[in-house]
Structure formats: structure tokens, C-alpha cells
Design a protein around this ligand. Sequence first.
Ligand code: SAM
Length: 293
Amino acid sequence: MEKIPNLDDNNEWFTEATLPYSDPVLRISSKISDVIYDQKSDFGHVQIFDTPFYGRMLTLDGIIQVAEKDEFIYHEMMITLPAIKHGNPKNILIIGGGDGGAVKQALRIKSVQKIVMVEIDQSVIDTCQTFIPSIADGALDDPRVEIIIQDGKDYIENSTEQFDLIAMDLTDPIPGGPAADLYEESFYAQVKERLSEDGFLSTHCSSLVIQPEEAKTMIPRLKNVFRNVSLHTAVIPTYQLTSFGFLIANDTSKTMSDEDIDRGFSNISGESKYLSKDMFYASSAVPPYLGIQ
Ligand code: SAM
């Protein structure tokens, strides 16, 4: 039997590669019911598996990116939450996000006129569109969406456009990996230049339980650049079954009232499956034992 990378000898169990900032004594495994896709791209190893627990799942270089079971939690936290805080975003930049789930959420924002997605790897888009289309659900074909195949770092360096929300839906900051530079303070400073006056940056800082050092590293970097930085959490089974961190940053001196948040909610069409008002407010609570905020 041909041995498939990241699976056991019988090709029955996937074990996730060691994550950046994590302790290598822990590995997360999931039973596989089928191998749907297994190819190298110019940027990494792209695999799609069917799993009994997570549904269909995309991995890059052995790290889980997205799964059918709970992609809505991650994408609502990454896109819908900062959109609610902003209240009226008109144009959104998504860096990465090749699976299309972030664009799908961005299209639910009533005020949105334009979404630019800058993804480095065309093959992630193509593979997801072919084998796991439920994640984008047709969103990438919407006329408001422009897709640019480019390194997000180069795009930010060379663009002059302003955005109300810039979401960094990226792979982890693996040293030497394609996304590593996009978690640096110098990059956050460049992103700030591309934000409109009340614009938000949104990014993730991984499992707060397994990789707490990632949040502890990213928060000060963002605070050195932005006036306001807030940590939000959600339990997303796909990401190591623990609390997963999202960081929202902006530079406004305005304070936000509950009425502003209500207005932000009314700017979202349809029902959110995760972000009820209770979950929105609860998402900023972080247990003290983590020592993060
Ligand atoms: N939800 C995921 C997570 O939490 O890790 C992110 C999923 S999305 C598929 C990540 C995407 O970021 C990949 O498609 C990858 O090709 C893209 N990416 C990585 N580095 C990039 C860069 N420098 N510029 C643009 N896209 C990048």
C-alpha cells in the first residue's frame, strides 16, 4: 500500500504536524474515511480528506486549514465579528483565504461593495472549488469579488487602496513558510497604512491552550502599531479542540456603544450560526490562567 504523507501506515489516521509555538509532546489525530486529494503545489503539500468527525477537511503541509463541520465558526469570528464592530464596512481585503469561506461571510455584510482576495496559491483555490465547494458556496463567483494571485506581502507593499477591513486568513507563522512575514510588526505597520480611518485588521493567533506563546507574541506586536487591540476566542473543534484566538486591531479614538454593536448586527444579512449577540459579547472573555490578557 502506498504510504500517504501525514497518515499512519494503514492510511487510516491523519496526525497533524507540530504547530508553530506549540509543545511537540502533543499531537492531534483524526480518523480518515477517504483520501480525496494528495498533491504538492508550489507552496506546500495540499491534501483533502474525508473524516467521520470533521467532514471533508483541507490540510496544507500536514496542518488542518478548514473543515466542513465548523468552518462557519472560524469565518464568522474572522470576518463577521470585526464587521459588526466596524458597523459599515464597504470594502474588504482578505489575504489568504483560498478556501473561500472568508469571502462567503464577507458577502453577508449588507454595506459591502467590494472584496479583494489576495491568495498566494492558485492551487488551493482550485482544489477547494473542486473538492470542497461547500466552503465558498459560490462566493468566489460574485461580481463584487476580485481574486488576485500574489503574495499578500507584495500586495500590501505595492497597493495604494484603502480598506475598511483587512482580514489575514493565513496559514500559521511557520518559520520560512509563505505566511511568516505577515505576522511581523513591520507588516502590521504596512497594513495600517492600507486601512481607512476607522478600519480594522483581523487576524488569528491559534490555540490559546496549545500555543499560548503565539498570542503572547502577536498581541504586543499589534499593540506597538495600533491604539486598540482586542483578543476574542471561540472553541473550534477543527483547531485542536481548544479555545482559538482572534485578534482585532484598529486605531480609532471613538468608543463603541451597545447601540453601535446593535447597528453592526443589523448590517449582517441572514442568521449567523455562531455569532449570536451573547456569543459576540462572550467572545472577549479570556480565562486568567492563560496569562494572556
Ligand atoms: N483557516 C486557516 C487557518 O486557520 O490556518 C487558513 C486557511 S486559508 C486556506 C490559508 C491560505 O493562506 C492558504 O490558502 C495559503 O496559500 C495562503 N497564504 C499563505 N501565505 C500567504 C501569503 N504570503 N500571501 C497570500 N496568501 C497566503
